[in-house]
Design a protein around this ligand. Sequence first.
Ligand code: 2NL
Length: 345
Amino acid sequence: MSLIHELESLVQELNSGLDQAFSLSVVEDLRVAFLGRKGKLAQIMQRLPELSPEERPEVGKTANIVKGKLTDLLDECKTKLENAAEADKLAKFDPSMPGRMPWQGSLHPITKVMTEICDIFKGLGYDIVTGPEVENDFYNFEALNLPPEHPARDMQDTLYVTDNILLRTHTSPMQARTMLKRKPPLAIIAPGKVYRRDSDLTHTPMFHQIEGLLVGEKVSLAELRGTLTAFLQEVFGPETKVRFRPSFFPFTEPSVEVDISCCMCGGDGVVDCKPCRVCKQTGWVEILGCGMVDPEVFKKVGYDPEKYTGFAFGLGVERVAMLKYGIGDLRMFFENDVRFLNQFI
Ligand code: 2NL
């Protein structure tokens, strides 16, 4: 068989090879077998020296044409297979399938309760004020009628940075700051983190507090009672009973502690025939402290105690969240176990 004939028969041979090629890797194997360095075309061309110089140009020309045809055949088959694969993928794609849900974050239960409480007071016309967690002695103690000998100032209870600088032990410094800046009437809510040297089953060195202050002319204990009753029934439900007991705080006179009917047992003291663990069978749980602002506090911030009266209150956010959601262990809030947190999405 002449070389020209052999060259031309390569086209037919590749064609029948490609008829059986159902994958791109087979097409690639054929490309190597026909056009590779040691492929069929190259092997035929190695025999060119066997020919006379007159015959060589004709064979060379045929070889180029055949090479072009082989390349075209291979490319064509490759494109066909690629298109088929794409069409197959599209046929399998189901646009009606639901998309993958993105992971969703959610607010921490403490943040939720803080926001809820702030929103209730916003609705009553209070302004929200926030400020530094690192405070000085004056705003945290002195302005609030806590004299230097007061036990709360003890190193045992307060985290000091220096003699005069400390981590605030309550959010009242913000109320002192606001009173020094603004004149009455005013109604403010101070939410935030507070710090105390305390760590056991029911205390963490950092916790969250919300304090409220309302100052004006002829503000009375009756208004304090009405405001807090409305607030507590909003948070714990309209059936909640509210009880006021005399107490003591250095910055209020008179001072009051407030109990609500136990939201676990509804005030019965018994759940499922067992003694209620939340209220210890008393039917009541303590929820906040409050009182009429002590005239000494007004004097410290330059308000005339003859002209102005006011009420103030403070509550622990963790405690509200525990009662509201029936959480028995304070540490749950700080462990950040997603199985716990997922319940508040
Ligand atoms: C509690 C009790 C309370 C206040 C906080 C306050 C602030 C100013 C003036 C007067 Cl600037 N009082 N705050 C008053 C009574 C009670 O907190 O048990 N908190 C967790």
